[in-house]
Design a protein around this ligand. Sequence first.
Ligand SMILES: Cc1cc2nc3c(=O)[nH]c(=O)nc-3n(C[C@H](O)[C@H](O)[C@H](O)COP(=O)(O)O)c2cc1C
Ligand code: SF4
Ligand code: FES
Length: 663
Amino acid sequence: MSERWTQSEAVTRPRQRAPDLDLRLSNATPTDAERAAVDGLLGLPDSRWIGGDRDDAVDARTARTGAAARARRTELLPVLHAVQKAIGWVSWGALNYVSLRLTVPPAEAYGVASFYAMLSTEPQAGRVLHVCDDVACRIAGSEQIKEALRTQLGDHPSPDGACAFVGSPCLGLCERAPAVMVQRTGRQSDVVVAPASTDHVPGLLAMELSAPEYAEPVESIPQAAGPDLAKLRLLRRIGVTDPTSLDAYREAGGYTALVRAMDLGADAVRDEVTASKLMGRGGAAFPTGRKWSAVAEQPAQPHYLVCNADESEPGTFKDRVLMEGDPFALVEAMTVAAYATGCSYGYLYIRGEYPLATTRLDSAIHQVREAGLLGEDILGRGFTFDLELRRGAGAYICGEETALINSIEGFRGEPRNKPPFPVAVGLFGKPTVINNVETLLNVLDIVVGGGAAYAAIGTPDSTGMKLFCLCGYVAKPGVYEVPFGATLRELLDLAGGIAGSGRLQAIMLGGAAGTFVTEDALDTPLTFEGTRAISASLGSGVIFVLDDTVDLLDILTRIAAFFRDESCGQCVPCRVGTVRQEEALVRLGRPSTNGGRDVDQALLADLAAVMGNASICGLGHTAATALTSALKAGLLDSAFAGADAVGVGAGEPTRITGVEENR
Ligand SMILES: Cc1cc2nc3c(=O)[nH]c(=O)nc-3n(C[C@H](O)[C@H](O)[C@H](O)COP(=O)(O)O)c2cc1C
Ligand code: SF4
Ligand code: FES
């Protein structure tokens, strides 16, 4: 039985008080295993104030709470991860103990635990199969996998409680769709099966997965096997240099950039980055040099560096491939960025669904620290910088920079109002640089080759090399690297052209928050200014290709469900707007009577305007973009005509599958 409080218990039973402390806990107590999971991360409690034995000599006179205990709140998400991993869920007893250890009110700890899809506040099966049913995977057969699992398991855990499945938003493995991530209680790490098929179902249920469970990242870079290999910059070491060895990285030129940066000095490094005209690759396209100078000039100390590796935009997987295949480069790039901006500590925030990248980065950070390239007096130049890896836990919104900050600090991943911007008031209230993985990796070449040389690549307003994630109906899905200015048509040619029927229906450009474009956009240069000119954006570099057999209404409905599900719920336009948008879209797919479709289209336009103008953050601002662009391009006209031809009374549309079960 669940240890969770029932309402009547809450009313009739006196609440537990923390031993000497003013936290109001419920009566649930942690099991030994839960306590061990918490202590394994936080260390044993050294005082009764935080859940240990009473030591009168100290505890009677000194309160070990206050600022020191509260400073540990940043460990809330890691410790919840530890409990989830060890036990398989976070019980009320475990939450009470975590609250006590970190001096966090239990209601707030519950608020955090219940925010993330990879944490469960209810008992769940020891093995949870997260079957991606997002855009790329649903056209590659994820619904068939779910159906096969449903036949075996029903909609509930298997009879022995060992295994269950849930539909999942994009797992960042779209080039190998369909993907399944297996969340495993009590095991060191989760595993991913991609591409998966119905043939894998018996193995997934029995957890007898045959190799390869996980292909090497080089297989995600089709250019590595062709003549373009020599032109690669950001991808050049992937599949060539052993990603598990610091020595191999250094032999391949690793750490030349850090030495050069220290020879130049911090001010000159920032000047080179400004001269390079590098723009952020996380989606907002903000000039990196300006961001770095804004932080460097802040008098408040310390400064923090955050690498945003949360990569959860459906259709995006470039950062995953970089981190799996070239992890030392990211650690070096973060060190250079910290040096240039006066940061003494950094966080690498990686999405929770990237087990291989996490393992590789964890190992890289340890090796680099052992070699004295992180820590005090790096390279004997008097510079001190260290960093830690933080795992997200399944929340798209945590990619938004201020939500990410809240997540690291141990709060719900809800975006903050801006201003103040993180460059002035960021992590722990201090000046903070936040950059995307791909942005940071560009810095290495800028430092070594100079900002002017970098700016000579691409176009005047979009400089350097750019990674694109090609998936869906292309012959060779994967990450492609080209200088800015290549057209959509050139990218499609690189990826072997349109697969499936060979006839293009539409391309989703930039991700689920991006735009649907058609054939007439194929000669658009893929630059910031080129895409702006056609009212689109590069977003996170997604090029998701749909042939003319794909049910676009189904894809758009999945996108609407994604935003409804991932909205943090903090502001009304987005919380309500994403729900109403999904409902209106479902109605649009039904036969229209009495002008109902016109009414719903007008409603959708109103919702888009309200969400775009009045939401707090970029999620709400862009939640309607893909749908609006598809309607404007007339891409749904034939679906509407088809629905009307079927006629009134034809029943519910069948395409809305799994909306309720999606996280
Ligand atoms: C809903 C939402 C999700 C985001 N997700 C990511 C992400 O996964 N990775 C990322 O680098 N930036 C993401 N961003 C953009 C970040 O807020 C921020 O602009 C970026 O990390 C800054 O780095 P850059 O200047 O190097 O691009 C997201 C923004 C929004 C509104
Ligand atoms: S726009 Fe949406 S995701 Fe952003 S703060 Fe508001 S409710 Fe949260
Ligand atoms: S991994 Fe399934 S859509 Fe990206």
